[in-house]
Write a protein that binds this ligand. Sequence first.
Ligand SMILES: Nc1ncnc2c1ncn2[C@@H]1O[C@H](COP(=O)(O)OP(=O)(O)OP(=O)(O)O)[C@@H](O)[C@H]1O
Length: 228
Amino acid sequence: MSVVTAQRVVKNYNQNRMEAPALRGIDFAVDEGEFTSLAGPSGSGKTTLLNLLGCLDQATEGQLFIDNVEVATMDKIQLARLRRDKIGFIFQTYNLIPVLTAYENVELPLVLLKKYPPATIRERVFKILADVGLKGLEHRRPADLSGGQQQRVAIARALVKEPKIILADEPTANLDSENSEAILELMKELNQQRRTTFIFSTHDPLVMKYARRLVSMRDGRIVNDERR
Ligand SMILES: Nc1ncnc2c1ncn2[C@@H]1O[C@H](COP(=O)(O)OP(=O)(O)OP(=O)(O)O)[C@@H](O)[C@H]1O
C-alpha cells in the first residue's frame, strides 16, 4: 500500500515570472517500507519534491496524498499534526534550534508528541544520540559542534519519534564514509524492523547502494525508476 502518492505534480516557485518550473509533472508512489533514493543533477527538483512530500510547501498543480489523505484538503493545523505524527524530516541545512543543546533539539519532537513519560523520553534521546555517534556531546549547542555532528543531531531528531515516513535531504552530505555507513545501517535497521518508509535525496553513491529503489530526476521530471 502506498504511503505517499504524487499525481501530475507541478511546482512553479514564481508564477508571475517566466521561470522554468521546478517540477514538471511528477507521478510517483512510494509503498510502505520502501527505501528510496532520489538522484539527479543539482537543480533537478529533488529538494522541491521532498519539501512537497513533507508538507512544507504546496504544489502548484496536481495532487499529493500522504497516508491516503489528500494534502490539499488539510488545513494548517491538520498539516502540522500530520508532520508531527507521521513524518521525520532531515533538512539539508539541518534547521537545528541554536539556543538548544543537541539533547534538547532531539527531545523536542518527543515532547511535542505528548505520548511518552519523561523517563522514556530521556532514555530514547540518549539512546538515539549514542546510536548516531554523539555520546558525550549531548549538552553542546549546534555552534559548538562540527557540520557532520550537527547533521547527526538532525538525523537523531528525525529518527527519535520513529515516524512512519522519513524524508532526508542529502543526509550524508557532511559525513565521512564511516559515519555515513553507521547512519545508513541504523536507517536500514529501522526500515526492516518497523517498516519505516525512507525517501532520500542524494548525490552519495553509498546512499544509492543502500537504496532498494532508485528514482532519477532531471529538469523537474522522473526519468528513471528502478527497484532492486
Ligand atoms: N525557493 C525557491 N525559489 C525559487 N526557485 C527555487 C527555489 N528552490 C528551488 N528553486 C529552483 O527550482 C529548481 C529545483 O531545485 P531543487 O532545489 O529542488 O533541486 P535539487 O535537485 O534538490 O538540487 P540540489 O541537488 O542542488 O539540492 C531549480 O531550478 C532551483 O533553482
